[in-house]
Design a protein around this ligand. Structure first.
Ligand SMILES: Cc1cc2nc3c(=O)[nH]c(=O)nc-3n(C[C@H](O)[C@H](O)[C@H](O)COP(=O)(O)OP(=O)(O)OC[C@H]3O[C@@H](n4cnc5c(N)ncnc54)[C@H](O)[C@@H]3O)c2cc1C
Length: 162
C-alpha cells in the first residue's frame, strides 16, 4: 500500500494532542504525541506510539517515569515546539521541576511509569502504568485532523437531540 495514501487515510481519524515529557541523561525533554489512548481503568493504564527514531525511544527503560499532558486549544505553539518546530523561548514547566513535569496550561496530566515497550514496524507501543492524574483546566481541547488543527464546535442546547 502506498505510504503517503495510508498516512492520508490515518489522518482522517481526529484526535486530541498531548505532549509527553520524560528524562534522558538528566535532561527533561518533551515530544508531541497524538497516538495516546487509554487502555485500562483497573489497573489504570495508557499507551502511546513513539517512533523508533525519536528521543523517547532512545534509552527508554522500563520503570522510568513519563507524563502525558493533554493540550488545550490555546497550546498550538507548544504542540509545534515539541514536534520539531521550536518557537518557545522557555520550556512550559518550572526550571526546578521534577524529571517528567506536566506542561503548564494543559487541560489534564497523567503521570506514568513505563511498563512495556513493544516494537511494531517503525514504532513502539509504549504502555504506561498510571501513578497519578489530574484535570487542571477546562478549556477547549487542541484537535488534530488531516494535518490541521480544527476548532471543536460545541452544539447549542437547541440542537441537542434528546
Ligand atoms: C499533532 C502531532 C502528533 C504527533 N504524534 C506523534 C506520535 O504519536 N508518535 C510519534 O512518534 N511522533 C509523533 N509526532 C511527531 C513528533 O512530535 C516529532 O517527530 C518530534 O520531533 C519527535 O521528537 P524527538 O524526540 O525525536 O526529538 P526532537 O525533534 O529533537 O524534539 C522535539 C522538539 O522538542 C523540542 N524540545 C524537546 N525538549 C526540549 C527542552 N527541554 N527544551 C526546549 N525544547 C525542547 C526540541 O527542540 C524539538 O524541536 C507528532 C507530531 C504532531 C505535530
Amino acid at each position: 500500500m502506498d505510504k503517503q495514501e495510508l498516512r492520508h487515510i490515518f489522518g482522517k481519524f481526529a484526535t486530541g494532542v498531548t505532549v509527553v515529557t520524560f528524562n534522558r541523561g538528566g535532561q527533561t525533554l518533551g515530544m508531541t504525541v497524538n497516538s495516546f489512548t487509554s487502555v485500562s481503568l483497573e489497573p489504570p493504564m495508557v499507551l502511546f506510539c513513539p517512533a523508533l527514531t525519536c528521543r523517547f525511544a532512545q534509552g527508554a527503560e522500563l520503570g522510568s517515569s513519563f507524563t502525558i499532558s493533554i493540550l488545550s486549544s490555546e497550546q498550538k505553539d507548544v504542540c509545534l515546539h515539541f514536534a520539531g518546530r521550536p518557537n518557545l523561548e522557555t520550556t512550559p514547566w518550572p526550571e526546578d521541576a521534577e524529571e517528567s513535569p506536566a506542561v503548564e496550561g494543559s487541560n489534564a496530566y497523567i503521570k506514568c511509569v513505563l511498563e512495556a515497550l513493544h516494537e511494531h514496524g517503525d514504532h513502539y507501543v509504549a504502555v504506561g502504568r498510571v501513578i497519578s492524574a489530574q484535570i487542571t483546566s477546562d478549556k477547549e481541547p487542541l484537535m488534530f485532523y488531516a494535518g490541521t488543527y480544527p476548532q471543536l464546535q460545541k452544539q447549542t442546547d437547541e440542537s441537542v437531540v434528546s
